[in-house]
Design a protein. Structure first.
Length: 449
C-alpha cells in the first residue's frame, strides 16, 4: 500500500518509488494512476472508479494470492483517509494474518494536510485535527459533533472532502458550527490541488470561507484563536511568547526554560487558588468561566488546598456519588433548600424542602405543588461540598464531563444567617461524608452551638 504524496515526483519518498518499481501490478483510482503514469511502464495497471474502494482492496488481495507483487496506490498518505484501513478490513475478513505468506507493507506519504500547509506558511505548528465532511459513510450528527468539539477545543482544523457536485451544503453547515466558537476573522486557507498543475490558493477568513471555489480536490485549513495572517502567510504560534518576553527575550517572571508553564498541569491548581485569592468577589462559577474550564476542574483545584486551611473563605471537598443515599438522609435535617439547575443559558432556582426528596428507579425525585424536579442519578458523576464563608453552603453535582448539573444550598433566615441546627447538620455531613475536616469550619460550628 503506497502513499505517494501530493503527486509531484520530488515529493515522493524513495521507498514509494521503489515499491512501485518492484510491483507487477499497480491498482488505483484513475486520477492516481495518471499522476504516476511515468513510473508504470511495462506494468499491469488496474484502474477503479471513485466509489470502488472495496473493489480495489479485493482486487489487490486476489492478485497477491496469485503470487504477484501488488502496489495499491493512493495520493497523500495511504493511511489518512486512504486505502490502508479498508484494505486491512478486507484482508482480516478473508482470514489473512501478519504471519500469512502474503506480506503487507504500508508506505507513508505526505498527506494533503502538510502539503497544503507548506504552501501557505505554518498553520499546523500547534495542535490540530482533521475532519472529513463527507457524509457518504459517516452520519452527519457524528461529523457535527466532531466539528463542535474541535471548535471548542481551539484546534487548528483541516477539512477534507469539503464539497462535491452533490454535497454542497456541508461546508456551509461546518462554517456555521465553527462560528459558534471562532471569531469571523479567523484565518482560513483554501488550497486546491496542492503541488499539481491546477494548484490554487485562497487566503480568506472563516466568515467568507464557504463562498470560495471549493471542490473535492480542496483542503481547507482553519486557524485557531492565535493563528494570524501576515505578508501572505498563515502562521500558528508555537507558544513561545507564553514563556519568553518578546519571543526571543528572557523568560517571563515565574517561568523557567525547559520546565512546564506555571499554568501547566503541575501549577494549574495553584494558579486557580491564586486567582481566587486575588479576586475574592468571584464565585466558583465565575472562576470557571474565566478559565473556560468545566466547574469540576475548579472545584478540584480548590479542594486541593492544604489540610486545615480554608482558601480565602472558600472550602470545597469531594464525596463519592455512591454516598448519595446516605447524604439524602443527612440532608433531611437541612430544612429549606435552594436548588439551582442550569442547562445551556437557562437557570432555574427552586425553593424546596429536603425531606420531600425520594430516590427511586435511579432518579432523584421531588414532587411539589408548583413544580416537579427529576434528576437522573447516573448523570451525577461527582459530588462536592461547597462552603463560601458568607455566601453559600451546600452541595454541587457535576457530570462525567465536569459540567455543573444541580446544586442544593442552605437558605438563610431573615437575619441573613443559617440556623444553628441546619448548619450543625451540614457540618456533620461534611465531616463524615467529605474527605477532611477544617479548623476554621470547626470554629464556625462551635460559634453556632
Amino acid at each position: 500500500m503506497v502513499g505517494f504524496g501530493p503527486g509531484a515526483t520530488e515529493h515522493m519518498t524513495y521507498r514509494a518509488r521503489a515499491a512501485i518499481a518492484e510491483a507487477d501490478v499497480v491498482i488505483g483510482y484513475s486520477t492516481y494512476i495518471k499522476l504516476v503514469q511515468d513510473l508504470l511502464v511495462g506494468k499491469e495497471i488496474i484502474r477503479k472508479g471513485m466509489t470502488e474502494e472495496i473493489d480495489r482492496c479485493v482486487e489487490a488481495y486476489e492478485q497477491a494470492c496469485q503470487g504477484k507483487t501488488v502496489a495499491l496506490i493512493s495520493s497523500g498518505d495511504i493511511g489518512i483517509y486512504g486505502m490502508a484501513g479498508p484494505t486491512y478490513e478486507v484482508l482480516l475478513q478473508a482470514g489473512w494474518t501478519p504471519e500469512s505468506e502474503i506480506r503487507v507493507e504500508v508506505i507513508p506519504g505526505a498527506s494533503a494536510l502538510n502539503a497544503c500547509a507548506s504552501l501557505v506558511g505554518a498553520p499546523l505548528t500547534h495542535d490540530f485535527c482533521s475532519i472529513s465532511l463527507s457524509d457518504l459513510l459517516t452520519p452527519w450528527p457524528v461529523i457535527a459533533q466532531r466539528l463542535r468539539a474541535a471548535g471548542r477545543g481551539d484546534f487548528v482544523i483541516a477539512l477534507y472532502n469539503p464539497k462535491s457536485g452533490r454535497r454542497t451544503q456541508q461546508i456551509v453547515e461546518a462554517q456555521r458550527l465553527l462560528l459558534e466558537y471562532r471569531d469571523p476573522g479567523t484565518p482560513v486557507a483554501v488550497v486546491k490541488s496542492a503541488y499539481r498543475r491546477r494548484q490554487n490558493i485562497q487566503l480568506v477568513t472563516l466568515k467568507t470561507m464557504a463562498d470560495q471555489d471549493i471542490g473535492m480536490l480542496t483542503t481547507v485549513l482553519i486557524g485557531n484563536s492565535s493563528t494570524f495572517m501576515r505578508a501572505g502567510l498563515m502562521v500558528t504560534p508555537r507558544g513561545y511568547t507564553n514563556k519568553y518576553e518578546g519571543l526571543t527575550g528572557d523568560t517571563k517572571p515565574g517561568e523557567q526554560a525547559g520546565r512546564s508553564l506555571t499554568l501547566g498541569l503541575g501549577g494549574w491548581h495553584e494558579f486557580v487558588q491564586i486567582h481566587l485569592q486575588t479576586h475574592p468577589d468571584h464565585s466558583l462559577r465565575q472562576v470557571a468561566d474565566h478559565f473556560d474550564a468545566p466547574l469540576a476542574q475548579i472545584l478540584e483545584a480548590v479542594a486541593g488546598t492544604v489540610e486545615d486551611n480554608v482558601l480565602n473563605g472558600v472550602l470545597v471537598r469531594h464525596f463519592a456519588s455512591e454516598e448519595l443515599e446516605r447524604l439524602l438522609q443527612e440532608m433531611r435535617q437541612w430544612g429549606k433548600l435552594r436548588a439551582v439547575v442550569r442547562h445551556g443559558g437557562s437557570v432555574a432556582e427552586l425553593l424546596l424542602h429536603a425531606r420531600d426528596f425520594s430516590l427511586k428507579s435511579g432518579r432523584l425525585n421531588l414532587i411539589h405543588e408548583h413544580f416537579h424536579l427529576h434528576v437522573d442519578v447516573s448523570s451525577l458523576a461527582h459530588g462536592w461540598f461547597v462552603w463560601q464563608e458568607t455566601r453559600q453552603a451546600g452541595i454541587y453535582f457535576t457530570d462525567s464531563h465536569g459540567d455543573f448539573v444541580v446544586s442544593f444550598l442552605l437558605t438563610k433566615n431573615g437575619e441573613g444567617q443559617w440556623s444553628a441546627e441546619e448548619w450543625k447538620s451540614f457540618y456533620s455531613a461534611l465531616t463524615t461524608i467529605g474527605t477532611k475536616t477544617f479548623k476554621k469550619m470547626e470554629t464556625e460550628e462551635k460559634a453556632h452551638e
